[in-house]
Write a protein that binds this ligand. Structure first.
Ligand SMILES: Nc1nc2c(ncn2[C@@H]2O[C@H](COP(=O)(O)OP(=O)(O)OP(=O)(O)O)[C@@H](O)[C@H]2O)c(=O)[nH]1
Ligand SMILES: [Mg+2]
Length: 576
C-alpha cells in the first residue's frame, strides 16, 4: 500500500506534468494556454492567449462558442485538414524476371543404374504489368521503390519437373499517369544480334548450312551453360558442347507495347497492360540428347530478364482547374464547393500539393446530368486546387510552375482573384503571364518535343478499353528478331502535341472575399475589363490572338460565408 502510494507520489511529482498535465496540481499556473476560439459572427478565428489567472474566464469564453457557425468548415483552424502524401513524377527501373536454370538429372531406379536424362526446364521469369486505377492518387509508393523486380523463375528439377514460373508484378498507378521509356536493356536482343553477326554460331541443331561461319560449338560459356554438379574447371574444356539453342522469347512478348514505350493512361483500366515480359527459363539436359550423346551432362542457364527504365509523370485529371495567387482563397473555395478537407490558412503557400474535390450535381429533384463533348453523361465534375502562383513563378520563384501540369488537362480554368488584395485586373494579368510562360516551357521541354513526333514514327499509345493491340508477328508465327513486335493501332496514337493550348481553354474568373469592405469598386473594374476582352477592345491577357474570349464573366463570391458559390456549378456546366 505504501509502495503504491509512494509510486503514485513519484508519478505525480515527476511524470505527471508531461503525461497528464491536467492532473498536475500546479496546472495551469505559470503556463500560458493558447487555444483557438471561434466567434459567432463567422470572422476568422481569434488566437486567444490567456494565463492561469484567467483560467475561469477561458471556460466562460469557450462554452458558448462551440460550433455555432453553420459553415464552420469553410473557416477552419489551421490544424483542421486532412493530408495525403503526394508525388507527381518519379523514375522507375523495372527488372523483368529472369528465367530459372535447366536441370541436369538422370533417371535412377532399382535395376536402372544409368537411366536416361530427365532434368526439367527452368521456369519463366515474372512479367511486369501496369494498370491505371481509380483509387490511387499519387506516385509516392512507386517513387519510394525506385527499382521493381519481378520474381525469377525457379530452376528445373529432376524427374522431368519444370521450375515454377516467377510471380508477376502489377504496378497500379493513378489515372492520368504518363509513362515514358528512358532506356531499355534487353539481353536477348544482344544475343540475337551476336548470332546474326557470327552466322553459324547460334545455328539450330538441325540446321547444318554448309556456308556457316566458324563453328563455335563445343565451347563453354559461363553465362549460357551449366555443367553437372561437382564438375571441375578442367572438365569444362573436356566436354564437347553442342551449338547454343536459338534465343527464345516468351509468347507474351507479343503483348508488349512497341518500343520506345510511351503510354498515356488517362482512363481507368479494366485489365492491366504488359510492360515487360519475363525471360525464358533454361533447357534441361534431355534437350541435348543425340544419337551419340545419350547422357548429356549439361543444361542451359535461364535468360536474364530485360530492364526498362521509365519516367512516370502524373497529370491529375480534373474538369476545372483553380489558378490563383497565394492566399487568394482557392482552398476555401474548394471546401465551399466540395467536401474537400484541404488546408486553409491566412498565409501564402498553405497548399503545397494539389487537391481534387468532386462537385456532385444532384439536387435530389431528378439528377441534373451533364453531357460533355464526347456525349458522356456525368452526374459530377471535379475541381483541382493547386499551390498558388506568384509573379515570376517561371523563374522558379515560389513553388515554380510545376503544379500547372495538373491543370493543363482541365477542361475549364477558373482564375481565383482576391478582391481585397489590390487591383484584381493586375492579378489576373499576372496569372495569365505565368500560364503563358508555362506553355512556352512546356513546348520547349524535351518531353513535349517527343510528343510532337509524327504519328508514323512513334505515337503515344493511349489506353482504350477493349481494343486489343494489333500484333505484327509475321504470318509464319515467328517473332521478328528485332524484339519489337507490336505496332500501335493508328487510331490509338495521340495526335501531335496532344494537349490543346491553355489559352484556348474556356475560362472564367472567381472574385473571392467579396464580403470584405471596399471590394465593389475592384469588382466593377474587373467586370469592365472582362467585357472589353470579350469584345476584343482589350488584348486577351494571354497575349494570344486565338485565345478564348466567349462568355467571359467574373463571379463574385464569399467562399468563407458560402455566398455566391452556388452559381459556380452552373457557370462551369455552361463552359463544359
Ligand atoms: N473574408 C474572407 N476571407 C476568405 C475568403 N476566402 C478565403 N478567405 C481567407 O483567406 C485566407 C487564405 O485562404 P486559402 O483558401 O488558404 O487560400 P489559398 O489560395 O488556398 O492559399 P494558398 O494555398 O497559400 O495558395 C484564409 O485565411 C481564409 O480564411 C472569403 O471569401 N472571405
Ligand atoms: Mg490553398
Amino acid at each position: 500500500m505504501s509502495t503504491l502510494f509512494a509510486s503514485s507520489r513519484l508519478l505525480s511529482s515527476t511524470l505527471t506534468p508531461f503525461l497528464y498535465p491536467c492532473l498536475d496540481s500546479t496546472w495551469p499556473s505559470g503556463r500560458s494556454i493558447v487555444r483557438w476560439t471561434r466567434s459567432r459572427d463567422g470572422l476568422p478565428p481569434r488566437r486567444s492567449r490567456s494565463t492561469a489567472t484567467s483560467a475561469v474566464a477561458i471556460d466562460e469564453d469557450v462554452a458558448p462558442t462551440v460550433d455555432v457557425n453553420q459553415y464552420d468548415h469553410l473557416d477552419p483552424v489551421p490544424l483542421d485538414y486532412t493530408t495525403n502524401p503526394f508525388t507527381d513524377s518519379c523514375s522507375l527501373t523495372l527488372h523483368a524476371g529472369s528465367g530459372g536454370h535447366g536441370c541436369i538429372s538422370f533417371l535412377r531406379e532399382k535395376y536402372i543404374e544409368n537411366g536416361p536424362a530427365n532434368g526439367g526446364d527452368g521456369g519463366t521469369g515474372g512479367n511486369i504489368y501496369i494498370q491505371a486505377v481509380r483509387g490511387e492518387t499519387s506516385l509516392h509508393k512507386l517513387a519510394r521503390r525506385g527499382i521493381v523486380k519481378a520474381e525469377r523463375g525457379r530452376n528445373g528439377e529432376g524427374g522431368g519437373r519444370g521450375g515454377k514460373r516467377g510471380e508477376d508484378l502489377l504496378l497500379q498507378v493513378p489515372v492520368g499517369t504518363v509513362v515514358r521509356e528512358v532506356s531499355r536493356y534487353d539481353p536477348l536482343e544482344e544475343d540475337t544480334l551476336e548470332q546474326r553477326k557470327k552466322k553459324g554460331y547460334g545455328r539450330d541443331l538441325k540446321d547444318d548450312d554448309p556456308d556457316a561461319g566458324p563453328d563455335q560449338s563445343s565451347k563453354w560459356r559461363r553465362d549460357k551453360w551449366l555443367l553437372y554438379p561437382g564438375a571441375l574447371p578442367r572438365n569444362f574444356g573436356a566436354v564437347d558442347f553442342p551449338a547454343l539453342p536459338r534465343p527464345r522469347r516468351s509468347n507474351l512478348t507479343a503483348l508488349q507495347p512497341q518500343a520506345p514505350l510511351r503510354l498515356d493512361l488517362d482512363k481507368p483500366m479494366g485489365a492491366p497492360i504488359l510492360l515487360a515480359a519475363g525471360a525464358m527459363g533454361g533447357l534441361g539436359n534431355p534437350h541435348f540428347v543425340t544419337k551419340s550423346i545419350w547422357r548429356p551432362k549439361y543444361a542451359t542457364k535461364g535468360d536474364e530478364g530485360m530492364q526498362l527504365s521509365l519516367q512516370l509523370e502524373l497529370k491529375l485529371l480534373a474538369d476545372v482547374g483553380l489558378v490563383g495567387l497565394p492566399n487568394a482563397g482557392k482552398s476555401t473555395l474548394l471546401r465551399a464547393l466540395t467536401r474537400s478537407r484541404t488546408r486553409v490558412g491566412n498565409w501564402a503557400f498553405t497548399t503545397l500539393s494539389p487537391n481534387i474535390g468532386t462537385v456532385v450535381l444532384d439536387s435530389f429533384a431528378g439528377r441534373p446530368t451533364l453531357i460533355n463533348a464526347t456525349g458522356e453523361k456525368r452526374t459530377n465534375f471535379t475541381i483541382a486546387d493547386i499551390p498558388g502562383l506568384i509573379e515570376d513563378a517561371h523563374l522558379d520563384r515560389g513553388l515554380g510552375l510545376g503544379f500547372l501540369r495538373h491543370i493543363e488537362r482541365a477542361a475549364v480554368l477558373a482564375f481565383v482573384v482576391d478582391l481585397s488584395a489590390g487591383d484584381a485586373v493586375k492579378a489576373l494579368k499576372a496569372l495569365w503571364t505565368e500560364v503563358g510562360e508555362y506553355e512556352k516551357l512546356r513546348e520547349a521541354d524535351l518531353n513535349s518535343e517527343s510528343e510532337r513526333r509524327p504519328e508514323s514514327e512513334d505515337g503515344m499509345v493511349a489506353y482504350t478499353p477493349n481494343a486489343p493491340f494489333r500484333s505484327s508477328i509475321s504470318p509464319g508465327g515467328e517473332l521478328e528478331p528485332g524484339g519489337t513486335v507490336l505496332d500501335a493501332e493508328p487510331g490509338r496514337s495521340l495526335p501531335a502535341l496532344g494537349l490543346p493550348a491553355i489559352s484556348t481553354k474556356p475560362w472564367f474568373v472567381v472574385a473571392t472575399k467579396a464580403d470584405l469592405p471596399d471590394t465593389q469598386e475592384n469588382f466593377k473594374e474587373l467586370q469592365a475589363y472582362l467585357e472589353k476582352v470579350q469584345n476584343s477592345v482589350e488584348e486577351h491577357p494571354s497575349g494570344k490572338r486565338n485565345a478564348w474570349r466567349k462568355r467571359l464573366q467574373a463571379v463574385p463570391v464569399s467562399a468563407m460565408r458560402k455566398e455566391g458559390v452556388e452559381g459556380i456549378p452552373a457557370v462551369v456546366l455552361g463552359l463544359l
